[in-house]
Write a protein that binds this ligand. Structure first.
Ligand SMILES: Nc1nc2c(ncn2[C@@H]2O[C@H](COP(=O)(O)OP(=O)(O)OP(=O)(O)O)[C@@H](O)[C@H]2O)c(=O)[nH]1
Ligand SMILES: [Mg+2]
Length: 302
């Protein structure tokens, strides 16, 4: 595995007639395969970038969600109006998706991807994915997605004192809370709902996520619960709204164990699309699309 992804290689590998070449950020990524905060700032300076926090307990399905998004993008399986437009973290995605490329053939193993471990335990790492609309305006959307270990979420539930590690998410354009659908229909559902409520309350009170940041509550592994919407998921969505946020709930199956009934990738892009099409609501209540390049820079720097 290369320690460094040369910028030039990444640029050439994704360029074709249909896509806008990836931005030249003018340096190599010394952190290796994922992006650190400094790399993210450079990208956010260059163009508007959507920072999306993907949060949830250990085994909730966060990494599978990101891997599914990446495989759909690179295999031309996004909705017809979108196409893949490159990634500055191809190697990081490939490492996560190793073994999953043939997920449509044969049975899936019980553990689909490795548990997430950070190179620097207290520093979040980010994955970059660019997509482009095929419509006349050909809007390009750069995404920076977190892949944090579930321990981060579990620790914030236990101790408000770890809230500062999440403060970078005050600049987020959206938060996806991944909740295990199987748990939400099990006899542990009430404990799980209580835990997720506590986590969201901490994001609001202790981390200080602004009310302009939209939330998606993503019910993972929905292929194993016949795509039913658990009552606990609705309760959590209503709880997020009661705190003053906008929230949507999405049933998802990143990798389906019942592909005849539920297609792999169900709900994955929908969650992203809700957030990238969400308008930012300012403190004074005015609504505007989040497109100012100035804001993208200040959000990460300040
Ligand atoms: N049936 C089904 N199982 C899934 C799906 N997504 C994840 N899983 C299962 O859940 C396990 C954990 O998924 P991960 O994506 O590694 O979970 P995570 O939230 O990244 O976990 P940490 O990195 O430990 O925080 C996988 O190994 C699968 O067994 C899905 O869409 N359908
Ligand atoms: Mg993970």
């Amino acid at each position: 595995m290369p320690a460094v992804v040369p910028q030039e290689e990444t640029t050439e590998s994704i360029r074709d007639d249909q896509t806008v070449p990836i931005i030249a950020v003018g340096r190599r990524f010394h952190q290796g395969i994922e992006l650190g905060a400094d790399d993210a700032v450079e990208i956010m300076c260059a163009r508007y970038t959507h920072l999306i926090g993907v949060l949830g307990s250990t085994d909730a399905g966060k990494t599978c969600l990101l891997s599914s998004l990446y495989l759909m993008a690179t295999d031309g399986m996004l909705p017809a109006s979108y196409q893949f437009a490159g990634s500055l973290t191809l190697q990081a995605f490939e490492d996560r998706a190793r073994g999953l490329r043939k997920w449509e053939k044969g049975a899936l193993p019980s553990q689909l991807v490795d548990h997430t471990v950070l190179a620097h335990p207290r520093q979040p790492s980010l994955l970059h994915l660019a997509i482009q609309e095929k419509t006349t305006n050909r809007r390009r959307v750069d995404l920076l997605l977190t892949d944090l270990p579930g321990e981060w979420t579990d620790n914030l539930v236990l101790r408000a004192a770890v809230a500062p590690s999440f403060e970078f998410l005050r600049r987020a354009d959206g938060i996806i809370i991944v909740v295990d659908g199987k748990l939400l229909v099990s006899d542990r559902q009430f404990v799980e709902v209580q835990r997720v409520r506590q986590f969201i309350e901490r994001l609001s009170t202790n981390v200080g996520i602004g009310r302009h940041v939209p939330f998606v509550l993503l019910v993972s592994k929905s292929d194993e619960i016949a795509m039913q919407m658990p009552a606990g998921a609705i309760e959590l969505k209503e709880y997020i709204e009661s705190l003053g946020y906008r929230a949507r709930v999405v049933s998802a199956a990143a990798f389906s164990r019942t592909p005849k009934e539920v297609k792999s990738g169900t709900g994955v892009f929908e969650a992203i699309e809700i957030l990238i099409n969400s308008k930012s609501i300012a403190q004074d209540g005015s609504i505007h699309p989040a497109t100012s390049p100035d804001r993208s820079f200040q959000r990460f720097k300040s």
